[in-house]
Design a protein around this ligand. Structure first.
Ligand code: NAI
Length: 708
């Protein structure tokens, strides 16, 4: 095995290089190597100072995340970083961390345990552990606030966002920025500190605060955590640990940090968030599309339709620096679309998200047009006109006529059959679905829908392009509603049913919101427009099986003109700022309709509301998985977290079901089947896995193994 830590000398300065590609993660072998390097340092009296540096493109970007999983499974001896870092700090020879790329997590903790820090100008420093449901576990919560102060220390540990080298210098976290060659600069710096007492971070208190200030800072941090990370354990634990840094002696603070770290590590939340972290990488892998599949260069794009979605999609291309034509049917619609884009950008400038210059450059990339002829040279076109097969086919016939050979022709349809749309062209292998989510410039998900003839290079290009656009692309099959909306259909159906059975819309939304969803299902319907589903249900009524219960309350609401937020009322009422207000009229109306339909009313416990909605997702997810419309359970999870506001700390619906135990889920689904009939027929895959004591993750692993 290659040496992951190298020890060399440049005159009387030692250079300790961590060389564990790709990100120099602190695996147990790296920690062993560092301990040996320290032994060597301590034994050599001729060495006057040492520089710690990362090989390749970064310093240390964190602990080895795979190691966390092994620790919880008891397959690892655990990370012995805290003890090593105590040795670093106690070392008589001054240690200088030379940072480039990222000093994240354990990497920053290691730098904090050194006596000095220098950094390349483009470095980023941070404690992002909370994003994995963890807290810094090797002194970060104790050392960082001693150096940068309580306010910044608590923000970095509880929010997890990194800071730049320049900010680190201002805060005193970095002693010098090295503009020239990092290692030479670091060696010069190390030479300059020889003979000076080596400052230990544990003894520092660089930015003291009064008790009252501390109380205010901590209370504001807890408010932030409850809001931004609603229901998450780790951010609050991080704040508790940082609080200890000002209230307890250093070693006791370290012990508390360790205890809280372990609690977080063993919590279901961190397991789920680590699953999501790996999942986001996993979804990029498509078993039958090998890595070297040719990619079609996309240097220019075009969008048809400048409505809600088309305008947002044009912004997505522009934000990635790709010039984009935006076509509308008439000048008024084009002006409206461009007006919305401008308004959106102005908001971003006002909120400090973008600079005016960035916005001006992006706007210049969006080229309005009324003619298809401008599309001739576009590498990719995304169609986002009204949802209707005849119109879509007409648009694709035009695209087929004007677009150059090899251009990707994508549709943003959310329900229609990609193959039928492709049939309007002479090149179905270039037709694909790119299903963005609203608002397209904000939501991270793109469902990439594979038609029966879509070429592999077209799929590979769209998967890669998603990343370039700052999105996460998940490949799905061509079924009605694809993966996300097909499952959502079952979820919102149950939300409607429980209202029809007696739950108030507020209770239903609150139950799912408290479960962790970004919004309740009924509020989501109000936001999207209840008329959208109403129209779709009318269109597909002929496919419904007679005698099977179907939800009616949303349709009846639409009949009274309540379409949701856009009409000021739907399941809830809305004030002029679109804030929702409970509306007792809805309860009354639904009760009357239920009486007509002979549906008895009852109190429905919150847990039943959650189970009905979430297990409806899971049961449909099991169908989707078994039918192969999603490649793996994790693909569904990533879709739900990024497109539907499912809480990441629950890992997505399929991971959640696995965590509850499929046997338990199956029993509950079976119970609903007995009580509520055919729509709750357990998916065969759910039944089989539950009976065999296996999970969706097991099933996906086996599928993956047989595909490769
Ligand atoms: P929209 O009604 O806001 O916009 C459609 C636009 O297309 C209109 O501005 C219309 O003037 C324009 N248009 C119609 N025919 C045209 C033509 N021949 N050439 C150029 N422009 C034309 O609709 P929205 O919501 O943007 O939906 C567009 C597509 O995106 C639909 O397929 C929809 O199912 C899908 N979608 C919608 C989502 C949403 O939340 N609104 C989410 C995901 C997908």
């Amino acid at each position: 095995m290659p040496d992951l830590v190298q020890f060399t000398r440049q005159n009387d300065i030692a250079v300790i290089t961590i060389d564990n590609p790709p990100v120099n993660a602190l695996s147990p072998s790296v920690i062993d190597g560092l301990a040996r390097a320290l032994d060597q340092l301590e034994q050599d009296a001729n060495i006057r100072a040492a520089v710690l540096v990362g090989a390749g493109k970064t310093f240390v970007a964190g602990a080895d995340i795979k190691e966390f999983g092994k620790m919880t499974a008891g397959q690892s001896r655990g990370i012995e970083l805290p003890a090593l870092l105590n040795r670093f700090e106690a070392c008589k020879t001054p240690l200088v961390a030379a940072i480039h790329g990222n000093a994240f997590g354990g990497g920053l903790e290691m730098a904090l345990a050194c006596h000095y820090r220098v950094a390349a100008p483009s470095s980023q420093l941070g404690q992002p552990e909370v994003k994995l449901g963890l807290i810094p576990g090797a002194g970060g919560t104790q050392r960082l606030p001693r150096m940068v102060g309580l306010k910044k220390g608590v923000a970095m540990c509880a929010e997890g966002n990194p800071i730049s080298a320049a900010e680190a210098l201002n805060l005193g976290l970095v002693d010098r920025i090295i503009e020239s060659h990092l290692l030479s600069g670091a060696i010069d710096f190390a030479t300059s500190v020889v003979g000076r007492p080596a400052p230990r971070t544990r003894d520092r208190n660089d930015k003291p605060v009064s008790e009252a200030e501390a109380a205010a800072i901590l209370s504001a941090a807890r408010d932030m955590a409850r809001k931004k990370y609603r229901n998450w354990i780790a951010p609050i634990a991080a704040i508790d640990a940082v609080e200890a840094s000002i209230k307890l002696p250093f070693d006791q603070g370290l012990q508390l940090e360790r205890k809280l770290f372990k609690e977080c590590l063993l919590s279901g939340q961190s397991k789920a968030l680590i699953h999501v972290f790996f999942g986001e990488r996993e979804v990029a892998k498509v078993p039958d599309i090998p890595k070297g599949t040719p990619i079609i260069p996309v240097a220019s794009a075009a969008v048809v339709g400048a409505g809600t979605m088309g305008a947002g999609i044009a912004m997505v291309f522009a934000n990635a620096g790709i010039p984009v034509f935006l076509k509308e049917a008439d000048q008024a619609a084009l002006d409206r679309g461009l007006g919305n884009i401008r308004k959106n950008y102005i908001n971003s400038v006002q909120r400090g998200r973008f600079t005016q210059q960035f916005v001006d450059e992006r706007l210049a990339l969006i080229r309005p047009t009324l003619s298809y002829e401008d599309f001739a040279q576009a590498d990719m076109v995304v169609e986002a006109v009204f949802e209707g097969m005849a119109l879509k086919k007409q648009v694709f016939t035009e695209l087929d006529r004007v677009c150059k050979a090899g251009a990707i022709l994508a549709t943003n349809t959310s329900t229609l059959n990609i193959d039928e749309i492709a049939s309007a062209t002479t090149r179905p292998e270039f037709v694909i679905g790119t299903h963005f989510f609203s608002p397209a410039n904000v939501m991270r998900l793109i469902e990439i829908v594979r038609g029966k003839e879509t070429a592999k290079s077209v799929i590979a290009t769209c998967m890669q392009l998603s990343k370039r656009l700052g999105k996460v692309g998940v490949l799905v099959g061509n079924c009605r509603g694809f993966v996300g909306n097909r499952m959502f259909h079952a979820y919102s159906r149950e939300a409607t049913f429980v209202v029809e059975e007696g739950a108030s819309p507020e209770c239903v939304d609150k139950a799912l919101y408290d479960f962790g969803m970004a919004m309740g299902p009924l509020a989501t319907g109000d936001l999207a427009g209840l008329d959208v589903g109403w129209r779709i249900r009318k269109e597909y009524r002929h496919l419904e099986k007679p005698g099977v219960r179907r939800p009616f309350a949303a349709d009846r609401l639409c009949e009274t003109g309540r379409y949701g937020q856009k009409t000021g009322a739907g399941w809830h009422k809305y004030d002029e700022n679109r804030r929702s207000i409970p509306d007792p009229d809805v309860r009354r109306m639904v009760r009357d309709w239920a009486a007509e339909a002979g549906i008895p009313q009852r109190e429905i416990p919150e847990q039943e509301i959650v189970d009905r909605c979430v297990y409806a997702l899971v049961n449909e997810g099991a169908h989707v998985l078994e039918e192969g419309f999603a490649m793996r359970a994790v693909d569904i999870d990533i879709i739900y977290i990024n497109g539907y506001g499912f809480p990441a700390y629950r890992g997505g619906p399929m991971w959640y079901a696995d965590a509850v135990g499929l046997k338990n889920v199956f029993e509950r689904v079976n119970h609903f089947h007995r009580t509520h009939g055919e729509l709750w027929t357990p998916a065969p895959l759910l039944r089989r896995l539950a009976e065999e004591g296996r999970s969706f993750a097991d099933f996906s692993r086996e599928q993956d193994a047989s595909a490769t």
